[in-house]
Design a protein around this ligand. Structure first.
Ligand code: SF4
Length: 683
C-alpha cells in the first residue's frame, strides 16, 4: 500500500543495502550520482550526469528509480544503446538488486525487458508461414535458400521451447532473411483482438509484463519509436533513465530515417495485387520502374535540390500508392487470411506512400527551414552489394526529444562521456535542452562558439560530473605525436607506420589500434605484420567478439580495427596497455547526414565544423581513449598519431573531452614508460 511505503528508506540507505549485496564498497561518485538522481525525481528537473568508468553508475540510477517505482506504484523506463548493457542490467544488476531491496522496500521490486515487436517470434507467422518473397535475392541463390530453410526449421523447433520468443535469446542467431519469416513489424501485426493466437503472443506477453513491472529496460530505438508514433509503445511512465546517452542522437536519428527502393515498391504491388483491381496495382509497378530508371542515372551522394526526374518519379509513386491504399479500403469483416494479407499490403503501401511524401517535402527553398536531408546510395558494385536507394533522415532530433521525451517525463541522461570540452551544453543542444542555467566548468572552448539563444521556457535541467574513481593522471599518458605530419588522404604515411611499430615494440604487443577507416586498419595490419614480432589481428578476419577474446587472452597480441572497436572493447588488465589512434575521427566529408547538419548550422549563422564534426570526433575520441582504463589497476598510454590534436584551433576542445591523462609529446618518454609497464606486467 502506498501508505505503508510513505516512509521508505532514503536513496542513500537503499544504496548501502545494494552495494552490500553486490559485494562492493561505497564510492563517492556513486553516492553523489544516486542522490542527484533522487533529487531529479523529486523536483522533476532533468539531469545529465557524466560518470566515469568504475563509478558503478547502473546502481546509482537503479536504486533511486526502484525507490520511485515502489513508492509511487509507477513504472520507470531505463533505456540503453547496446544489447551488452541491456543484458548486464537484466541478467546481473536487477536480479541482485531486487533481492537486496526486498526487505527495506517491503516487497520485491519487479523488472521486465521490452523490445520492438520485430524482436519477438510471431506465432501467427510460425503457424501460417510467411508470404513468399519471390525476388528476395537469397531465394535465387540455392545455397543461401537451403541455409535460410535450415534456419527457419530451427526457428520452428525453437518456437515450442522458448519462453520469451526474444530473438536475442536464440544462440547461435539466425540470418535476417530467416528471422523475417517468423516475425512481423508493429504495422504488420493483426492486432491481438483479431489474431487467432493472440493469447500466446510473445510480444503481447512482453508488453503486459512490462506494464506491470517497476522497471522496464528497453533500447534507444524503441524509446525513439515511442516518441515518434502517435500510439503508445512503452508502458505509461513519468521517469526515463537514458544510459549510454552519448549514443542517443545517433540511435534516434536511425529510427527516424526512411528509405525508398524499387524492390519495396514491387513488394507493395505484389501484396496488394491480389486484393485490388489489377490496373491500379500495375500503375504502382510502373511507377517503381520509373524510379529504377532515374536511380540508375543518378550519382550517389547528398541531394541539396530535387532533380526534376526524381521529383517526377516520386510524385507518380506517391499518387499510385495512394490510389492502391484507397482501393484497399479500410478494415472490414473478413477471414483471418484475408485480414493478414490486407494488413501486410497496407503496411508496405503506407511505407512507400509516406516516404515519397516525406522526400518530396524535404526540399524547402530556404535551407535554414529544412527538416530532413536526402541522399542516394548505390552500393551495387561494392563487396556487399545493395540496390540503389533514396534515403531521408532528420537534420535534428532536438525538437522530437524535447516535445516527446523531456516534456512528458523526468529524464536522466548518463554516460562516461557527456561533458564535451568540459561542458554539457554541446550535447544538451543536440537533445533539445536549453543552455545550462548553471554552467559547468568553462574549459578551453566549447564546440559551439556562439552564445546559445535565451530559452527561459525550455525544459529545466542540470549537469553533474561525478568524475571517476580511477587516477587517470598517475596511471595513464596521453601521447600526441606532434612531430608527425598531419594525416593525408593517401593512407598511413611511412613516419606514422614507423611510429606505430616503435610503440608496439616498446609495449611488447598489448596494443589496440583504433583506425578511422577499415582501409587504414588493413593497411596497418599488412605493413606491420612484417615489421613487428607480435601477432596482429585485424577486424573482419573473424567475428569481432572472437577477435576481442583472442586479444584479451594473449597479452602479446595486438588488435586493429575501426568503428565498433572504438566503443565495444572491454579488456581490463595487462593485455591492453596501449591504445593507438591513427587520426582524429571526424565524420567522412561525404557523410550525408553529418555534412547536411554542418550546412544547416552554417545557414543559421553558426560554426558547422565545431558544432557537428568536432563534436562527433570528441565523442568517439573520448570513447576510444576510455578503452585503456577498465579496472582500477589498469595503466598505459593513449597514443594519438594525428598532430592536429596538439596544433589545431579545436585541439583544446578535443583534449578537454578526454579523461585527464598525463600529457606529453615526447616519444622517448612514452616508449620508456611502455617498456617499464611491459617489464612489470605478468606474462
Ligand atoms: S498478435 Fe501480432 S505479433 Fe502476436 S502472434 Fe498475432 S500477429 Fe503475431
Amino acid at each position: 500500500m502506498p501508505g505503508d511505503r510513505s516512509r521508505l528508506p532514503s536513496v542513500r540507505e537503499l544504496l548501502v543495502h545494494a552495494v552490500d549485496a553486490v559485494g562492493g564498497a561505497e564510492r563517492e561518485g556513486q553516492v553523489e550520482m544516486a542522490e542527484a538522481v533522487g533529487k531529479a525525481i523529486r523536483t522533476g528537473e532533468h539531469l545529465a550526469v557524466q560518470a566515469g568508468t568504475g563509478t558503478g553508475k547502473s546502481l546509482a540510477y537503479l536504486v533511486p528509480a526502484i525507490r520511485y517505482a515502489v513508492e509511487r506504484e509507477a513504472t520507470a523506463v531505463v533505456s540503453t544503446a547496446t544489447i551488452a548493457l541491456q543484458r548486464q542490467l537484466v541478467d546481473r544488476d536487477l536480479p541482485r538488486l531486487a533481492k537486496a531491496l526486498k526487505k527495506p522496500l517491503g516487497r520485491e521490486p519487479t523488472f521486465a525487458i521490452l523490445k520492438g515487436r520485430r524482436n519477438y517470434l510471431c506465432m501467427h507467422r510460425v503457424h501460417t508461414g510467411a508470404p513468399e518473397e519471390p525476388e528476395d535475392t537469397a531465394l535465387f541463390d540455392a545455397f543461401a535458400a537451403s541455409r535460410v530453410g535450415r534456419e527457419v526449421k530451427r526457428l520452428h523447433e525453437w518456437s515450442s521451447d522458448t519462453e520469451t520468443g526474444d530473438r536475442d535469446e536464440l544462440v547461435p542467431g539466425v540470418s535476417e532473411q530467416a528471422w523475417r519469416q517468423v516475425a512481423v513489424t508493429a504495422k504488420e501485426c493483426l492486432g491481438v483482438a483479431r489474431c487467432p493466437v493472440g493469447t500466446d503472443c510473445f510480444a503481447e506477453q512482453a508488453r503486459a509484463e512490462a506494464g506491470r513491472a517497476d522497471i522496464v529496460v528497453t533500447n534507444h530505438a524503441l524509446l525513439a519509436i515511442d516518441a515518434l508514433q502517435e500510439y503508445q509503445v512503452l508502458p505509461e511512465h513519468e521517469l526515463v533513465i537514458i544510459d549510454e546517452a552519448h549514443e542517443l542522437v545517433d540511435r534516434v536519428t536511425s529510427a527516424a530515417t526512411a528509405e525508398l527502393t524499387t524492390s519495396m515498391i514491387s513488394a507493395a504491388t505484389r501484396r496488394c495485387g491480389r486484393l485490388i483491381d489489377a490496373g491500379i496495382a500495375d500503375r504502382l509497378l510502373e511507377a517503381g520502374d520509373g524510379l529504377a530508371l532515374v536511380l540508375d542515372d543518378s550519382p550517389a551522394g547528398r541531394m541539396d535540390a530535387l532533380p526534376q526526374p526524381l521529383g517526377g518519379a516520386l510524385t507518380v509513386i506517391r499518387d499510385a500508392a495512394h490510389a492502391c491504399l484507397t482501393a484497399l479500403g479500410s478494415e472490414r469483416k473478413e477471414d483471418v487470411d484475408e485480414a493478414t494479407a490486407r494488413k501486410l499490403a497496407r503496411s508496405l503501401l503506407d511505407d512507400v506512400h509516406d516516404t515519397a511524401v516525406r522526400l518530396l517535402d524535404a526540399f524547402d527553398e530556404d535551407q535554414a527551414h529544412r527538416h530532413d536531408v536526402v541522399w542516394l546510395s548505390n552500393d551495387r558494385y561494392s563487396a556487399s552489394p545493395r540496390p540503389p536507394a533514396v534515403h531521408v533522415a532528420p537534420l535534428s532530433v532536438a525538437g522530437l526529444l524535447r516535445e516527446r521525451v523531456f516534456a512528458r517525463s523526468t529524464t536522466v541522461l548518463t554516460s562516461a562521456t557527456l561533458a564535451l570540452g568540459g561542458a554539457f551544453d554541446t550535447l544538451a543542444r543536440q537533445w533539445g535542452l536549453p543552455p545550462s542555467p548553471k554552467p559547468t566548468v568553462k574549459a578551453e572552448g566549447t564546440a559551439t562558439d556562439k552564445p546559445a539563444p535565451a530559452d527561459s521556457d525550455g525544459p529545466r535541467w542540470s549537469g553533474l560530473d561525478v568524475g571517476s574513481p580511477f587516477d587517470y593522471r598517475r596511471n595513464g599518458i596521453l601521447y600526441v605525436a606532434k612531430h608527425l605530419p598531419p594525416p593525408g588522404r593517401d593512407g598511413l604515411g611511412e613516419p606514422t607506420l614507423d611510429e606505430i611499430a616503435e610503440l608496439i615494440d616498446a609495449a611488447g604487443g598489448r596494443a589496440l589500434g583504433l583506425f578511422s577507416s577499415m582501409r587504414a586498419a588493413k593497411q596497418a595490419t599488412e605493413e606491420l605484420r612484417d615489421r613487428v614480432k607480435y601477432p596482429i589481428l585485424c577486424q573482419g578476419e573473424d567475428a569481432t567478439a572472437l577477435l576481442v577474446g583472442k586479444f584479451a587472452d594473449d597479452p602479446r597480441t595486438c588488435l586493429f580495427g575501426t568503428l565498433s572497436l572504438w566503443q565495444g572493447v572491454d579488456v581490463p588488465g595487462p593485455a591492453l596497455q596501449l591504445v593507438l589512434v591513427d587520426r582524429l575521427p571526424f565524420p567522412r566529408p561525404d557523410d550525408p547526414v553529418a555534412s547536411a547538419r554542418q550546412r544547416a548550422v552554417e545557414a543559421r549563422g553558426g560554426n558547422g565544423f565545431l558544432t557537428v564534426a568536432a563534436t562527433h570526433a570528441a565523442l568517439l575520441l573520448a570513447q576510444g581513449a576510455g578503452r585503456l582504463h577498465r579496472a582500477m589497476a589498469d595503466k598505459g598510454v593513449v597514443a594519438v598519431l594525428d598532430s592536429r590534436l596538439a596544433t589545431a584551433r579545436y585541439g583544446g576542445f578535443l583534449r578537454n573531452s578526454l579523461p585527464p591523462l598525463w600529457p606529453t609529446h615526447d616519444p622517448t618518454v612514452v616508449r620508456d614508460a611502455l617498456r617499464r609497464l611491459d617489464a612489470a606486467a605478468p606474462n
